[in-house]
Design a protein around this ligand. Structure first.
Ligand code: ACM
Ligand code: ZN
Length: 767
């Protein structure tokens, strides 16, 4: 990890806190995730070398952690007194709950379990000066405001995932990642260990997994959508030895983090099949994948494959004490199964209907095996297809449908919908962001996530165990980049899964993040900082249009220009919405009294004949991709070229659309332009064609058809229709309907095969 340059600036801040007089009004501390209740009391507890900690074996992990944190983070030498006491309190209901009671002469940590006490310690840690984190505290006395905090988590599963298949990271980095989870009271590390592009866990019985499957010849350069594909011609790979795995698992246990390994099956198995071609249906020698996506070489359902998988799982089970083993189950194209004699024979002798039921057979057989070893399985939501394995926990990633279905079948669920939990998506619309897979998932959207789908009744919600942020690393080749994508969104996720809804408030959270970043500076974390970015919104009032600017942190000054120049310290201050009467470009940025804090925000508004008119769509956009509603398609603002989840793109999943724009009076029109996203890796496909209906004043209708050029190598597909008014007819149009059929079920051989395609549409410009 790289060193931050601005660390020193922040070192002194907590001394201000320490020097506060007794009389000053103490502020509520800026803990993340926010505790259930916090009451400030009079006085301070003085932490110095006269203070001692007492705890018995029940609180070994939490007690040791606190002792070490104080002694290694400062020059304070703890004594043998018992001013800081760990107390077993059976009246605390939640196993992970705690009370932290800071009084002038003692500091009490009460919990029912070591885990609860550990979370009290993490809270206390955030009450201590940041300099404890990197041992830069000078002085041997720290004054802590007296207060009482009672706290407990909302969800029992609070996780972060990390894909080490696409890119791999050092053991030290994995430990740092686990440290972050512990600090944020998260209790699960989902370690995605096998992929098409690399097998990363040592399996002693199968040495070729280490020799062959762990290495690829080269790696795709740039984005998957950049054509033609180019490669770096550099071998890449590695794996974690069983000793390293044990070390990581023990490290996590000492922080109350359980490690759930994921061994992908039957899909995402090309690396294993490259080492042992017999594991596939065709026996063909394939290479470890060098680019991203979904691959057709999946495990064959013959006995030989199950023997291999059982051997692998035997070694995995011996390494991981976790009750759960994740078995993948996602994105397994059935192409090879359809033509494989052995798979077809399996379907016949087992009396299965089709390849989907064969997938269910595959998962259930593995589940039975793991159950016999005392383990439960978790699988991605595709394991619902063809029937759910009897005791499986479903990880719902393709929206919330899988979660709802599973909970209604009384199966446990972990929420990781792409819309709110995929931290490989862009977090800013700033064009300078490092390349990401696509999408748009800003901090506020993660923060607003409610893991409980509204479709579930009170009985069914008990099956939602919690949620998890996912870090898929196709576009994260370095540890720095993983941190950049994880932080600060992991902070938001920690509050989503820990804190009570009624205690959550994004403006307050953003201020706490600004403060927390000082701690992250000392921890050397390469977090992204978009707190000073501006966002804008077009609004209408009394038939006039305005543009509103805002920032995440509400106490900052925005300055802007309308003449295309960069705003400076003396540019106009923004304090009311900007009236829009013509095409223009707004540039704005945030300043404090001395300098610019954030990047330059730029928005171009292109007036056209539909701006301010009325638009209706026969289908609601998908609730994860509502843009700014139908009106956003005719607000004069185009969506980002890469962030299809921004406010200007509307996303629909598998829907045929009819969009009608009522032009109010009859208007002479010449052209209609729009564009579709075509990010096939995210199952987004531009429609193949669309139909136009022009409704004239007399009610008559003129129709026409557009063939949309759906080119796989273009991530954005432009539609540019010219309307030719017949000279002798003087036609004017009162309304226009665009009929846009969905691309349909994605065919075999394409990304997302077998799933419904998404349609993403941008501004509809009428001139
Ligand atoms: C997934 O993102 N394929 C689970
Ligand atoms: Zn087969």
């Amino acid at each position: 990890m790289s060193f931050k340059k601005n660390v020193v600036l922040f070192v002194f801040i907590s001394f201000l806190f320490n020097c506060k007089s007794e009389e000053s009004i103490a502020e509520i501390p800026q803990i993340i995730p926010i505790p259930e209740t916090q009451t400030i009391n009079k006085g301070h507890f003085i932490l110095d070398s006269k203070v001692g900690i007492s705890y018995d074996a029940t609180f070994k992990i939490s007690g040791d952690f606190l002792r070490k944190f104080i002694q290694e983070g400062s020059t304070i030498k703890l004594s043998s007194t018992n001013d800081i006491q760990f107390i077993l309190d059976d009246t605390i209901k939640n196993l992970e709950g705690y009370t932290l009671d800071i009084q002038p002469d003692k500091l009490l940590i009460k919990a029912k379990t070591d885990q609860g006490a550990f979370y009290a310690v993490q809270t206390l840690r955030q009450l201590l000066p940041n300099e404890f984190e990197n041992k830069t505290l000078s002085g041997e006395t720290v004054s802590i405001q007296c207060m009482t905090i009672t706290d407990a988590p909302q969800f029992q599963y609070r996780g972060m995932h990390l894909d080490v298949g696409r890119h791999m990271f050092s053991v030290d980095f994995i430990k740092t990642y686990i440290d972050a989870l512990a600090l944020l009271k998260m209790n699960t590390f989902h370690w995605h260990l096998t992929e098409d592009q690399g097998w990363r866990i040592e399996i002693k019985k199968y040495p070729k997994l280490q020799e062959v499957a762990a290495f690829r010849n080269e790696t795709l350069i740039g984005h998957y959508s950049d054509q033609p594909h180019q490669f770096d011609k550099t071998p890449y790979g590695g794996f974690y030895t069983q000793e390293e795995v044990k070390d990581i698992v023990a490290y996590a246990q000492a922080r109350h983090v359980r490690v759930i390994p994921e061994i992908e099956l039957p899909g995402h198995a090309q690396a294993a099949i490259s080492a042992y071609p017999n594991l596939g249906c065709t026996g063909t020698q394939v290479d470890v994948a060098t680019k991203w996506g979904v691959f057709e070489h999946i495990y064959c359902s013959k006995d030989e494959t199950f023997d291999f998988l059982e051997d692998v799982l035997d070694e995995v089970v011996a390494l991981f004490p976790s009750d759960y083993i994740h078995i993948g189950g996602d994105e397994a194209p059935k192409t090879n199964w359809k033509t494989c004699a052995q798979c077809q024979n399996r379907i016949k002798i087992e009396g299965l209907k089709d390849e989907h039921e064969l997938q269910n057979y595959f998962i259930t057989r593995i589940e039975n095996y793991l159950n016999s070893k005392g383990k439960q399985i978790i699988g991605w939501d595709e394991i619902l297809e063809g029937g759910l394995a009897p005791n499986a926990t479903v990880m719902s990633w393709r929206g919330t449908k899988g979660a709802i279905e599973a909970a209604k079948q009384k199966h446990n669920v972990i929420m990781t919908p792409t819309s709110h939990c995929y931290f490989d998506y862009y977090q800013s619309t700033n064009p300078d962001e490092p390349t990401a897979i696509g999408g748009f998932l800003p901090l506020e959207k993660v923060y607003g996530f409610n893991p409980i789908p509204s479709e579930l009744n009170a009985n069914e919600t008990q099956f939602i165990l919690g949620a998890q942020g996912n870090i898929w690393t196709e576009y994260m080749p370095t540890e720095d980049q993983v941190e950049y994508m994880a932080f600060p969104r992991i902070l938001a996720m920690s509050e989503v899964v820990w804190s009570k809804n009624e205690n959550k408030n994004f403006a307050d959270f953003a201020k706490r993040v600004e403060n927390f970043n000082k701690r992250l500076d000392l921890l050397d974390v390469n977090y992204a900082n978009h707190l000073y970015e501006i966002s804008g919104e077009l609004t209408s009032k009394n038939k006039s249009t305005y543009y509103q600017l805002s920032t995440t942190l509400q106490d900052k000054t925005i300055r802007y220009t309308l003449d295309g120049t960069e705003p400076t310290k003396t540019s106009q201050t923004y304090n009311q919405a900007i009236p829009i009467t013509e095409s223009l470009t707004i540039k704005a940025t945030v300043f404090n009294s001395e300098k610019r804090l954030g990047s330059i925000f730029s928005e171009t508004i292109n007036h056209h004949k539909a701006v301010g008119k009325i638009i209706t769509i026969n289908k609601e956009p998908h609730k994860s991709y509502p843009g700014s509603g139908p009106q956003g398609l005719i607000n004069g603002i185009s969506g980002s070229d890469t962030r299809y989840g921004d406010k200007e793109w509307l996303g629909f999943w598998g829907e045929d659309l009819e969009i009608t724009i009522d032009l109010d009076t009859e208007i002479e029109i010449n052209s209609i332009k729009t564009r579709f996203h075509n990010g096939n890796g995210q199952w987004i496909y531009a429609p193949k064609e669309m139909e136009l209906e022009f409704i004239l004043l007399d009610g008559s209708i003129v129709t026409d058809k557009i063939i949309v050029q759906n080119q796989i190598d273009k991530i954005l597909v432009d539609v540019n229709y010219k309307f030719i008014t017949p000279k002798d007819l003087d036609i004017k149009v009162k309304a226009i309907t665009l009929k846009i059929p969905n691309y349909g079920t994605i065919p075999d051989g394409k990304q997302g095969a077998g799933n419904k395609a998404w349609t993403f549409i941008d501004e509809i410009k009428i001139n």
